[in-house]
Design a protein around this ligand. Structure first.
Ligand code: NAD
Length: 231
């Protein structure tokens, strides 16, 4: 089976009602991202950060996967598929994808500030200042903030380097190291970029840009790839 690797960003979830932030002048739901998504922001105001992610978590409970998430899962009928997502939402899993690597963490989980290996599934529940892990350390969102290392990047590089087909959906390709993954994809692999506004990605061989809404372009591409594979 050919390997299909898909790199997704906030744009794939926009039509489900999960806002991106670069589309709104670098603000994420009205906040400077450094205030709510950086170690400095956390050091300054834990309550604000926890409240921000509590709201994001509640929102996840009310939204549904869209046609793009659902179409990507269909690729599994004919391909060996890995989704590498920068998103912290769980819409790929809920859309049916079986193999999802979350580069930047997951909103439905929390970890311990002092014991980062202690990770807990909390679903859509809130966490507050004073909520601690079993060893008494404050809980924080299980999210990779700006300026923090990305523990799964090496795994993602290896997966990208083995791709026969690499599809990028709904990412401004502005957040590194995720944006650099396309550089690990073999020259001979087919590459597709789907975005409402074509991001600047540089020149790669066998690259096709499909400009438009994810909910329209992704199902079209999936249909084409499945038809080609069935012969
Ligand atoms: P981004 O906000 O920088 O870029 C979003 C991209 O999606 C843009 O290029 C935009 O043109 C495109 N887009 C918007 N609506 C679209 C649509 N309907 N169809 C196709 N494309 C569309 O997002 P990013 O590159 O993912 O970087 C943002 C960072 O913020 C990530 O690290 C992520 O962890 C975090 N974030 C996550 C979520 C989420 O989990 N859903 C939401 C906002 C931010």
């Amino acid at each position: 089976m050919k390997k299909v690797v898909i790199l997704t960003g906030a744009g794939i979830s926009a039509e489900s009602g999960v806002p991106t932030f670069r589309d709104s002048d670098g603000l994420w739901e009205g906040h400077d991202v450094m205030e709510v998504a950086s170690p400095q922001g956390w050091a300054k105001n834990q309550e604000l950060v926890l409240d921000f992610y509590n709201q994001r978590r509640r929102n996840i409970g009310t939204v549904q996967p869209n046609a793009a998430h659902i179409a990507l899962a269909k690729l599994e009928e004919k391909f060996d598929v890995t989704v590498i997502t920068q998103n912290i939402d769980n819409l790929h899993e809920r859309g049916g994808s079986g193999n999802v690597l979350h580069l930047h963490g997951e909103i439905t989980k929390v970890s311990s500030c002092d014991y980062p290996d202690l990770v807990y599934d909390i679903g859509t529940k809130d966490i507050c200042v004073g909520d601690t892990c079993e060893r008494g350390s404050q809980l924080r969102p299980f999210v990779v903030w700006f300026g923090e290392p990305v523990p799964k990047i090496e795994e993602a590089m290896e997966i990208s380097a083995a791709a026969d087909i690499f599809i990028v959906v709904g990412t401004s390709m502005a957040v590194y190291p995720a944006a650099g993954l396309i550089g690990y994809v073999p020259n001979e692999a087919r590459k597709f970029v789907i975005d409402r506004v074509t991001p600047s990605i540089g020149h790669y061989p066998n690259l096709e840009v499909l400009e438009g809404k994810a909910s329209e372009k992704v199902p079209m591409l999936v249909k084409q790839l499945l038809a080609e594979e069935r012969g």
